[in-house]
Write a protein that binds this ligand. Sequence first.
Ligand code: HQG
Length: 178
Amino acid sequence: MTDQLTALSKLLAYVLRHRPGAVGVALDDGGWVDVDVLLTALARHGRPVTPDLLDRLVAGTDKQRFEVRGGRIRAAQGHSIAVDLRLAPATPPPVLYHGTVARFLAGIGVEGLQPRGRTHVHLSADQRTAATVGARRGEPVILSVDAAGMHRSGFAFYRAVNGVWLTSHVPPPWITSP
Ligand code: HQG
């Protein structure tokens, strides 16, 4: 990704996941805002973004962070503000992975995986993605989650459009550390 696209991705992730008020827009309860409204607001706050640049961001990032539908845009996942993405509950693969770091293992052993600042715990379908997520914080540690067992026990799982799996929390018995 070019530096320009990376900067725009960070700005939009901040606005659409955490603080729409920072540029004076409001999200609807599904997390959506009109593309036109967003672009006007960004320009008004000194961050002009051309529709072409936005298109390139939405189409071309390694990780599909944003969803555009019917002239509206939202973050695909990762919110800290309350939104209802209206994802349909889905059957997860038997095992999902969570990338973290050693310093969090004691807490995770006691409380399980908590969503912390976000609305859901984020899980990955493959270990490589989990390693990338963990590596944001240091030497990654990959935990395995018995998603099939949780699902059978009634936990709901959701798959965001970008393939990230979401669930409310993962209690310790469902987690295996390496
Ligand atoms: C940890 C990025 C102690 C958890 C990535 C994680 C992902 C605990 C951190 C997405 C804990 C929360 C999400 C407990 C959880 N005690 N630590 N009980 N429960 N933790 O950033 O999964 O680039 O909110 O292990 O690719 O790291 O933003 O979650 O380390 O998909 O698009 O608390 O963010 O996507 O951190 O990352 P985060 P995450 P984007």
